[in-house]
Design a protein around this ligand. Structure first.
Ligand SMILES: [Zn+2]
Length: 401
């Protein structure tokens, strides 16, 4: 996919959504007659361009073309959709925010994270709400907002929110950091205290990535509950996960984790979900690295001890797997123990094997080479190997493959 142009109108009264969408794609082979998108609970019809009809097949949305499309040639699919999203959208009377499953409120390819595209998104919501989304703000009329995301991005990272949010903004170097919070979720003082370290986190991750904040800005949306979700250019942070930092300042993992994804996950994305550990294992490790920077080596060691306990618990339950394992796990918790926990422990093992300077140079090389694109475990291995002074193959074989 090359570009999605989407206009949605959520209906807070009944939790439904209607939308118009234009998808631009380039064919990878000759004679392409249809394209497949992630299935959802919406009704989807073809309304023009090269789209002739739609069909639900094996749970996926198939859009048939009105002509065969040659290799390298572009097609534009105009679609209209309506219905009640099964997931991915939290709608209240004066609050709405997306939650991971963009494929449930628009037509896209959530199951192919390496297939990145640009996005124009327009949302129409009740007047008087404040709104945020991925990309650069283009224009806003009362109740209607448009953003443009010019950097090709995986569609699972598309999102938006609107509500009667408290708002604050500051500069962090050349970047703009904006905070939004649902009304009544916390006092202004508590919010400020809970998010006080984000500028320092931005500086730290920029330094380790060797690249500035992608897009030049970052927004934190604080909502009630346990949300923890990165999107392009912003994150949704649940107060349940954020507020422990008020009692213990070292409990700052949530803001750090979702911010780190702006580089590892969002900017450099796993080419397929088989390499999801590249998103989550590296990010989990980077939270520990942030804690080391902010709170000292003991805080890093404590993270590794906690992660090791998580992985040991999974092993005791009979679950261990290479990081690239794509088979079924008995539960999401056990899968996360491997993908997040074991992935972060592998980064720590690499760090010890390579030594401090070479390890960080390798991570920087990897991040810079694949910035804006997608990578798999072999890509990551090549980048790290290029900075190492000994073969890393045995360590990758043991942990990754
Ligand atoms: Zn994550």
């Amino acid at each position: 996919m090359l570009d999605y142009e989407v206009s949605v109108v959520p209906s807070p009264a009944n939790g439904t959504i209607t939308g118009d969408e234009r998808i631009t794609l380039a064919s990878l082979r000759d004679g392409l007659t249809e394209a497949s998108f992630t299935g959802n609970a919406l009704d989807v019809i073809a309304v023009g361009g090269d789209a002739a009809s739609t069909e639900k097949r094996d749970g996926a949305w198939i859009v048939r073309f009105n002509r065969p499309v040659a290799r390298g040639e572009r097609a534009v699919l105009a679609l209209r959709f309506m219905g009640k999203p099964a997931r991915g959208l939290v709608i209240g009377t004066d609050h709405i925010h997306t939650d991971y499953f963009a494929c449930d409120w628009m037509i896209c390819t959530q199951d192919r994270p390496g297939d990145k595209a640009t996005l124009s998104l327009t949302i129409t919501v009740p007047e008087g709400l404040r709104a945020l989304s991925s990309g650069r703000f283009v224009r806003g009329y009362p109740g209607s907002w448009t953003w443009r995301l010019d950097r090709p991005t995986s569609s699972y990272l598309y999102g938006f929110a609107a509500g009667r949010f408290a708002f604050s903004e500051q500069k962090v170097g050349a970047a703009v950091l904006a905070n939004y919070a649902e009304e009544d979720v916390a006092s202004a003082d508590d919010l400020a205290a809970a998010l006080a370290d984000t500028p320092a986190m931005i500086r730290f991750f920029q330094d380790r990535a060797g690249l500035p904040l992608p897009g030049g800005g970052y927004q934190q949306l604080v909502v009630a509950g346990s949300a923890a979700q990165e999107s392009a250019d912003y994150s949704t942070l649940g107060w349940d996960g954020l507020s422990p930092v008020l009692k213990d300042p070292t409990e700052d993992w949530l803001a750090a984790h979702e911010l780190a994804h702006q580089w590892w996950g969002n900017l450099v994305t796993c080419a397929s979900w088989d390499d999801f550990w590249l998103n989550e294992g590296i990010t989990t490790f980077m939270v520990a690295a942030w804690k080391e920077k902010r709170w000292g080596r003991a805080a890093y060691d404590r993270e590794m001890t906690l992660l090791r306990a998580r992985v040991d618990k999974a092993r005791a339950a009979g679950v261990d797997a290479p990081l690239t394992f794509h088979g079924p796990y008995p539960s999401l918790g056990l899968k996360r123990a491997i993908v997040y926990g074991k992935g972060a422990l592998f980064m720590d093992a690499l760090r010890r094997e390579m030594g401090e300077a070479r390890f960080w140079a390798g991570l920087k090389r990897y991040t810079r080479i694949y910035a804006g694109g997608a990578a798999d475990s072999r890509d990551f291995q090549r980048a790290m190997q290029a900075e190492a002074d000994k073969p890393l193959g045995p360590l990758f074989d043991e942990w990754v493959y």
